[in-house]
Ligand binder design. Structure first.
Ligand SMILES: C[S@@+](CC[C@H](N)C(=O)[O-])C[C@H]1O[C@@H](n2cnc3c(N)ncnc32)[C@H](O)[C@@H]1O
Length: 230
């Protein structure tokens, strides 16, 4: 246990060192975190380094349309939306009204939401209801999709994501290692079960090329799955 705490302290310190060199001070992102904390939202957003990684992925594929499932306070939304060109669009889906309200405030402060600037659209409701609506409305295809909501439904989110994709769309899924618990086939943790179902769905999906990368950070030991639609 002591060893685990030591590791976590090390990962947090290395994150701070790296962010100190690689991430510019940004009042809007810092205000978004402060606002989320003040509102009592759980601190489960991506780290700054991870947010910038997502932003760089979006830039690498010259994303013009991005879909995010799981907004929380809009922290990763801001990172991603800033990768878009002026006429780009990001749709973010959030089930919790309280989280959506905080995100709206943060996105307005970031100049990404509100009258005259419609780069971000926040849709409230369970993603299993809002995703079919996007398909029915013909929204998309998206160039990049970030799956970061409840992990129980990631296999279903993957199916919707593929329907909302084109050849070359990048799909990133967060929290797929869960401190190694993903190995436990007898786990009764719904998030572990959902993650295992997600990997089974990826393996069975013929139109997707995928890898996964384990991560350590101030957010413990976890990982991202990286998919490309073929
Ligand atoms: C890990 S947080 C998202 C963090 C955010 N992407 C970031 O990094 O800043 C997960 C979010 O998904 C939302 N959520 C949970 N179940 C959901 C569902 N069924 N549909 C849509 N959002 C859901 C939660 O309310 C929470 O705000």
């Amino acid at each position: 246990m002591g060893q685990a705490n030591d590791s976590e302290a090390m990962w947090t310190a290395v994150d701070a060192y790296l962010a100190g060199h690689l991430i510019a001070k940004d009042e809007v992102l810092e205000a978004a975190l402060a606002e989320s904390e003040a509102a009592g939202l759980p601190p489960i957003q991506v780290t700054a380094l991870q947010g910038k990684m997502l932003q760089m992925f979006a830039r690498m594929v010259s994303a013009r349309r991005i879909l995010e499932v799981g907004t929380l306070g809009g922290y990763s939304t801001i990172w991603l939306a800033r990768a878009l060109p002026q006429n780009g669009r990001l749709v973010t889906l959030e089930a919790a009204a309280k989280h959506a309200a905080v995100a709206r405030k943060n996105l307005e402060r970031a100049g990404l939401l509100g009258s005259g600037n419609a780069r971000v659209e926040l849709r409230e409701g369970p993603a299993l209801e809002t995703l079919p609506k996007l398909v029915a409305e013909g929204v998309g295809p998206f160039d990049m999709i970030f799956l970061d909501a409840d992990k129980e439904h990631n296999a279903e989110y993957l199916q919707w994501a593929v329907r909302l994709s084109r050849v070359g769309t990048v799909i990133v899924t967060d929290n797929v290692v869960r401190e190694g618990a993903v190995l436990d086939g007898s786990s009764d943790d719904a998030m572990v079960k959902g993650t295992r179902r997600f990997f089974e769905a990826v393996a069975a999906e013929p139109h997707v090329s995928a890898t996964a990368i384990q991560t350590v950070s101030g957010k413990k030991y976890d990982g991202f799955a990286l998919l490309m639609v073929e």
